[in-house]
Design a protein around this ligand. Structure first.
Ligand SMILES: Nc1ncnc2c1ncn2[C@@H]1O[C@H](COP(=O)(O)OP(=O)(O)O)[C@@H](O)[C@H]1O
Ligand SMILES: O=C(O)C1=C[C@@H](OP(=O)(O)O)[C@@H](O)[C@H](O)C1
Ligand SMILES: [Mg+2]
Length: 176
């Protein structure tokens, strides 16, 4: 079972902070977007273009279910994974960290939005709408909320590692 799961919108830093946190905890990172791309033999963006979002969401729900059960380390989800009711149910009982980000920082971090098909055409407008729509969902699955605005990814990873070590010293890592 996953030790910790990172959720939040595009540009929150789930993939980046996930890698840093995994190394602090001495475990591996599993990023479900990477799993999906590896299994399909093409990028997430190409899956959206070739098969459509609905197909991506179906594949994503399976990839998340597998990762949550199989992986003992850090699992970083894609920003829309929590839209699936099955995934929200599976997250119950996990340590779920919501990486919160405001519009300005998210926009800066995703740049032109390349590789993120839902942002194409109007990065700022799409991010603003997605943050508003999804914030209550992220809050509902989170056991810990960490603000990432104006903070380096390493600082965010440190905060999570510290919170986890307070919560469960047996599994919280190997920093010294
Ligand atoms: N706290 C942070 N401060 C500045 N840049 C960040 C931070 N976290 C991530 N980034 C950068 O933002 C971009 C998106 O990060 P990523 O980890 O892919 O986010 P997500 O997986 O949540 O969409 C990357 O270029 C990454 O280096
Ligand atoms: O928010 C979303 O719906 C998506 C987020 C992306 O992952 P990141 O949040 O890691 O960028 C990726 O799964 C896909 O482009 C859809
Ligand atoms: Mg990511």
């Amino acid at each position: 079972m996953a030790a910790v799961v990172l959720v939040g919108p595009m540009g929150a830093g789930k993939s980046t902070v996930g890698a840093l946190l995994a190394s602090r905890l001495g475990v591996a990172l599993r990023d479900t977007d990477a799993d999906i791309a590896a299994a399909a033999g093409k990028s997430v963006q190409d899956i959206f273009v070739d098969e459509g979002e609905e197909h991506f969401r179906t594949v994503e729900a399976s990839a998340v279910a597998a990762a949550l059960v199989e992986h003992e380390g850090v699992v970083s989800l894609g920003g829309g994974a929590v839209l699936a009711e099955q995934t929200r149910a599976l997250l119950e009982g996990h340590t779920v960290v919501y990486l919160r980000v405001g519009v300005a920082d998210a926009v800066k971090r995703v740049g032109l939005g390349s590789g993120r098909p839902l942002l194409l055409g109007n990065v700022r407008g799409r991010i603003k709408a997605l943050l508003e729509e999804r914030a209550p969902i992220y809050e509902s699955v989170a056991t810990l909320i960490v603000d990432t605005d104006d903070r380096a990814a390493a600082d965010v990873a440190d905060e999570i590692a510290a919170a986890l070590s307070g919560q469960n010293p047996a599994t919280a890592g190997n920093r010294n």
